[in-house]
Design a protein around this ligand. Sequence first.
Ligand code: CP
Length: 322
Amino acid sequence: MTDAPLIGFPHRHLLGIEGLSPSEITGILDLADQYVEQNRQVDKKRALLNGRTQINLFFETSTRTRTSFELAGKRLGADVINMTASASAIKKGETLIDTAATLNAMHPDALVVRHPNSGAVALLSQKMDCSVINAGDGSHEHPTQALLDALTIRRRLGRLAGLVVAICGDILHSRVARSNILLLTVMGARVRAIAPPTLLPSTVERMGVEVHHDMQKGLKDADIVMMLRLQNERMSGTYVPSTREYYRYYGLDNDKLSNAKAEALVMHPGPMNRGVEIDTELADDINRSVIREQVEMGVAVRMAVLDLLSRHRPNRPGGAGQ
Ligand code: CP
């Protein structure tokens, strides 16, 4: 990997896609492209973050995001510590703010946080001297997921502008949908939101998307079909009659996919509920599904984000440069 050019990235934290300009998003994706190549080499390590400390603080379960942030930090040379709420003093009643103050006293350089409450990560960022990265907060944002999705699309189709992207499923509870809508619309893609009325936020049309309740119509001539799972853990009450009926009307199978472009790509942020929002064979169809590729891109995007944010904190006596 050649030394990456210093792109303009004026942010200390990454709390969401909201507030990022198209050129900043392009800069992250360009840098991530270089990390994809590095990650395919036998020697994947760089010394860029030697001496830096990264804490991953997860208040919700995660496979992809937590593991890839850990790999990203380690491949850049950082010391990485993983904390889960269930194994921390939060279980003894310590507050989020006290937890932040405690971690801050240990002088980390980056704090990666996942939290069930929208806005909790932004609140934490106000109490920390280091960079804070949102790894998913409630139904608000999951910025690195949207960035890795964009990288996957851009590497496959060469662009984002002008593409028709259909986002289907539980959009109401999905931080992934929100971050993707923000990113894709600002980059010039046409976004369709496809869901039953019960699973759409009332404000979705104000986000510049086309709304569909009929999946066949919504998928017509789409370039990308992005499926979302039902987020039962965020639901209080009943949003769909049954998972069987949900699959019949909103589950992606080859028949519904035939409405999209012949070469349309199928995406899913994971974790998948096979047979609920997606047919199991379609999910594994390497000619259509780029779900595993999304996971690969996740490591590279998170390396790019850690790299860019670290440039706000140069190694020099006297501490942080903001
Ligand atoms: N896509 C995603 O955020 O997956 P995890 O919950 O496994 O991190």
